[in-house]
Design a protein around this ligand. Structure first.
Ligand code: ATP
Ligand code: LTN
Length: 331
């Protein structure tokens, strides 16, 4: 039975199965998804071809993929409302990526901050895949005629590139792609390391500055206790002068679903000690509830959901790819 589009506008997002998602990725991106599925037709993808742009152990890829699907579900993504699928299940993604590689310019990709950061120190041995990574991401987005892309701050530039490639292709060959827009949280789009408020909390960092969604609860407690703070003792959101406390306030606010204003008021006259003790509670409550949801889902269920998602996602993908190929003169 063909999948009926329930809502007019289309949302697409994805995460790499390259390790465990941390609370930064949750706050910046994943936490927006469940809400969006009530208003939009949503496609949420496990982007395994993106994961292999840096070395991965082959035997880990399937494990991380299933973990990620379960993570999506535990965060409230509902497979009855949204399409969950694996990027490599649809060859249209890599096919369109190749075509868009021929639309992208070297200069477009040389500007990409993520590539510059990730290739630092690797020089000539960095994979070409890491360089063209944003083109594959553009293919993911454009293939499904996406309107909205919820991501963290670090991916905004890649969505910008997807927009540019869509416009360039449409101008050159004829209108085929929607022009997507990123949706980035006003506050929380860049959660910083608990050990260094000038460094992004990141999956690949994985140290004391980063809390995974599946983190051992006692470990998580320790990481909050050890989190760095700023000079002074006031609990005040001030990114410039109090970057560490501002980051902790942002985490507190998102995980407890309370506004920063409200939290600041509650801690007027109190010090960092009280605040961090309560933050520990907020993080532990959040992680416990999340992990309880996560543990209810089996690998078999996750696999079934991916299989159903593949069928649904295939339709739109093929429609777009057929049009694109015709426009460029390939049968
Ligand atoms: P890596 O560091 O290995 O590149 P990552 O931790 O950035 O991985 P991704 O899979 O690349 O994880 O990111 C998943 C999503 O979460 C993306 O939309 C990304 O922008 C967002 N995200 C990742 N880290 C953060 C963060 N610290 N704050 C806010 N959003 C984040
Ligand atoms: N590059 C993103 C993951 C990603 C993505 C996408 C996000 C791949 N394709 C399409 C949104 C839309 C990352 O590193 N987090």
């Amino acid at each position: 039975m063909p999948f009926q589009l329930k809502h007019e506008q289309i949302v697409f997002s994805g995460i790499k199965p390259s390790g465990r998602l941390n609370i930064g990725g949750y706050i910046g991106s994943l936490s927006q998804w469940a809400e969006m599925q009530e208003k939009y037709t949503c496609l949420f993808c496990v982007v395994d071809y993106h994961a292999i742009t840096v070395k991965q152990k082959p035997s880990d890829l399937e494990k991380w993929t299933l973990e990620l699907v379960k993570t999506y579900l535990a965060a409230g993504v509902n497979p009855k409302k949204s399409i969950l699928f694996r990027q490599s299940d649809l060859s249209a993604h890599t096919e369109l990526a190749w075509i868009l590689n021929c639309t992208a310019h070297m200069a477009d990709l040389k500007k990409m901050t993520q590539f510059k950061e990730k290739s630092l120190g690797q020089k000539e041995t960095v994979s070409v895949g890491l360089f063209t990574y944003p083109v594959l991401m553009a293919a993911d987005i454009l293939l499904h005629q996406t309107d909205i892309v919820p991501v963290g701050e670090d991916q905004k530039q890649h969505v910008e590139l997807a927009r540019d490639l869509a416009k360039r292709f449409n101008n050159e060959y004829g209108r085929v792609f929607e022009i997507p827009e990123s949706v980035v949280r006003k506050n929380g789009a860049r959660i910083m390391s608990l050990q260094d408020p000038f460094k992004k909390m990141s999956k690949s960092e994985n140290g004391a500055g980063c809390i995974d969604l599946l983190e051992d609860i006692e470990e998580a407690r320790k990481k909050i206790r050890r989190a760095v703070t700023d000079s002074g003792n006031q609990i005040k959101y001030d990114k410039k002068n109090k970057p560490a406390i501002s980051n902790l306030l942002t985490i507190y606010s998102h995980l407890s679903r309370r506004s920063i204003d409200e939290i600041e008021k509650e801690y007027e006259g109190k010090g960092y000690g009280d605040f961090k003790k309560d933050l520990e509670g907020v993080v532990v409550d959040f992680l416990s509830a999340f992990q309880k949801n996560y543990n209810k889902i089996s690998d078999q269920e996750a696999l079934k959901i991916l299989e159903a998602g593949r069928e649904r996602a295939e339709e739109m993908a093929q429609k777009t790819l057929v049009k694109v190929k015709k426009l460029i003169g390939i049968k």
